[in-house]
Ligand binder design. Structure first.
Ligand SMILES: C[C@@H](O)[C@H](NC(=O)OP(=O)(O)OC[C@H]1O[C@@H](n2cnc3c(N)ncnc32)[C@H](O)[C@@H]1O)C(=O)O
Ligand SMILES: [Fe+2]
Length: 555
């Protein structure tokens, strides 16, 4: 039985809450900051916290009496000046009540609340909030970032668009309202594996409005594309990890269109979907108190002297001390028919891949994506082969039906055989694609085919080749000439031609990100992968990868 007082105030919402584990009741008191004009001004927001935090904490204390076991607060991420005010209030209260202090990561709280209210065991979590957008899955002691925005958070992207229109903050609910009267117009759609970016679609949306496209059409299409991107990467994460539960978190999760797309996507693949009620989705101290209670019960408290705030606190920096369910990532059985993230694959002597329509997507967008991707896949699969990268032979392309017929290669995907030698192969193969001026677009272990260890002869080719390579120091290049033990790249549907180092580095980022969700040894594998890439390709790309990783997500 634990009673936790939680305090939240990372950006716009000054909030306090009491969570009681005995009754599972959460009492929340919040005061929102509404900017007079423009977006959130950090100084004004801090001023709001200074005034409103004592109010909301006072109300919750009246409700709670002094029967409180610990004080939990949002340590980050968020706006520094706001975080400091919240932390000061939390420290003072913990000293006054003489109870421990619990420092909560706001992002982990956004997803733990959904795990709590759903009762799911090991879900993939989509956080769609103001300053962030990412997919997380628990594995080996941490929430791993499986995919994330490469520029702004999803809410901020929408809010920036509405600022351009002169609408007041927050813009998300207004776009939702306006979209009801809209029709579909073409806008950019950008996903890279499980990562995605909003800058292209947002500037196109602003230009469209400036050019006289009806604002309701732009709002409608913006929602269609942005939320379809989030649904697609969520589906890819489910497929990659083998999870069959999806939880939604964050303020944008209040949007009905986003929820219905995710529900439909999950239903179509037989996964369970859960979105908490709205008061737990937008920023609120209830989620801080709920996670605070779990941390407190696990003994995860901090001394006042060590309770400094962290405006860039990433969810994967948090050591999970409480019970976060089982690891995501299981190896799936290969039956005659596989439902991947975007296609049904029939495995016979040949492999027939059909990009099935996605009911959650607008039909115009759906048709465009299926056609474009089928064409790219056929073209780039063949091009890669000409560059010496093992890929299946393409026997037939029907881009009207979005269907491809391939040679069958390997008998397992890389998830079943994640070894350093294999990821080195992937590194070299990607370097070859990049040298030829194109990216794979979705290089995850699911998109690499190998002869599984189980089907290899005991003294198989591969092992002896590795030994030779190590002894002689010769390059791994000969591997591509061995017919029975190649590391094949498949599924080039998200690939495209490009000369940009940034795009090449994104391929590496996508691969390394997917390792984190599928392996306990991700760091060593990533190092081997990069090493092989750098040896065969352009080291500048690896430098750019470091740049991508260092970008702060809180903007
Ligand atoms: C770090 C922290 O301060 C930040 N929190 C945050 O951004 O507040 P949150 O409550 O999770 O999300 C607010 C966002 O949620 C959007 N939003 C609210 N209702 C919406 C709706 N119906 N449709 C679309 N967006 C909506 C708002 O426009 C705003 O951008 C975060 O979690 O990223
Ligand atoms: Fe938030």
């Amino acid at each position: 039985m634990t009673r936790i007082l939680g305090i939240e105030g990372t950006a716009w919402c000054a909030s306090a809450a009491l969570h009681d584990t005995a009754t599972d009741e959460t009492y929340i008191e919040s005061e929102a900051y509404e900017p007079e004009s423009g977006g959130i001004h950090p100084r004004e927001a801090a001023e709001h916290m200074r005034e409103a935090i004592p109010d909301v904490v006072g109300t919750v204390r009246e409700h709670a009496g002094d029967d409180i076991d610990a004080v939990a607060f949002s340590r980050g991420p968020g706006l520094g000046p706001c975080l400091r005010i919240v932390a000061t209030a939390a420290r003072a209260l913990s000293l006054r009540l003489d109870v421990p202090l619990v420092g909560v990561n706001h992002m982990v709280a956004h997803l733990e609340i959904g795990r709590h209210t759903s009762g799911f065991d090991s879900p993939v979590c989509l956080n769609a909030s103001g300053a962030n957008a990412h997919l997380l899955g628990y594995r080996n002691g941490r929430y791993r970032v499986l995919g994330e925005t490469m520029d702004t958070g999803v809410g901020n992207a929408i809010d920036k668009f509405t600022r351009h229109l002169g609408w007041s903050h927050p813009g998300g609910p207004k776009v939702e309202e306006c979209a009801r009267a809209g029709e579909y117009v073409d806008l950019p759609y950008v996903v890279k594996g499980m990562d995605f970016s909003f800058s292209g679609i947002m500037s196109a949306a602003k230009h469209a409005v400036d050019d006289g496209v009806p604002v309701e059409d732009v709002c409608f299409s913006l929602q269609e594309n942005v939320f379809a991107m989030l649904a697609e990467v969520s589906e890819r994460a489910l497929s990659l990890t083998g999870a069959d539960e999806l939880v939604l978190g964050g303020g944008v999760g209040q949007n009905t269109r986003l929820r219905s797309m995710l529900a439909e996507m999950c239903e179509a693949r037989g996964a369970d979907f859960h979105a908490p009620e709205p008061r737990f989705l937008r920023d609120n101290a209830g989620m801080i108190a709920v996670l605070g209670a779990r941390m407190y019960e696990a003994g995860d408290t901090i001394a006042v002297a060590e309770s400094a705030v962290d405006p860039d606190f990433r969810p994967d920096e948090v050591e999970v001390t409480w019970d976060a369910g089982g690891d995501v990532a299981v190896t799936r059985a290969e039956t005659g028919e596989i439902r991947g993230a975007e296609a049904v694959v029939r495995l016979g002597e040949r492999v027939e891949k059909s990009r099935v329509g996605k009911g959650y997507r607008h039909p115009a967008l759906d048709e465009r994506l299926r056609r474009e991707r089928t064409r790219s896949e056929a073209r780039l699969t063949s091009l890669a082969r000409r560059e010496g990268v093992p890929t299946p032979v393409v026997y037939d392309v029907d881009d009207h039906e979005s269907r491809l017929v391939f040679e069958r290669v390997g008998d397992a995907d890389l998830v079943a055989e994640l070894t350093e030698a294999r990821v080195r192969d992937v590194g070299r193969h990607l370097a070859a694609c990049h040298a030829a001026g194109f990216v794979h677009g979705d290089p995850t272990p699911r998109n690499v085919r190998v002869a599984s260890a189980a089907s290899e002869p005991p003294n198989g080719e591969r092992r002896s080749r590795e030994r030779v390579t190590r002894e002689t120091g010769a390059s791994d290049r000969d591997a591509t000439r061995e017919s029975d033990d190649r590391t094949y790249l498949i599924d080039f549907g998200l690939g495209y031609h490009t000369e940009h180092v940034e795009d090449y580095a994104m391929d590496l980022h996508v691969f390394e990100g997917s390792l984190a969700g599928t392996s306990d040894d991700a760091t060593a594998l990533a190092a081997a992968f990069e090493d092989a890439y750098a040896a065969a390709g352009d080291p500048e790309v690896v430098a750019q990868l470091r740049e991508i990783e260092s970008r702060g997500r809180y903007q």
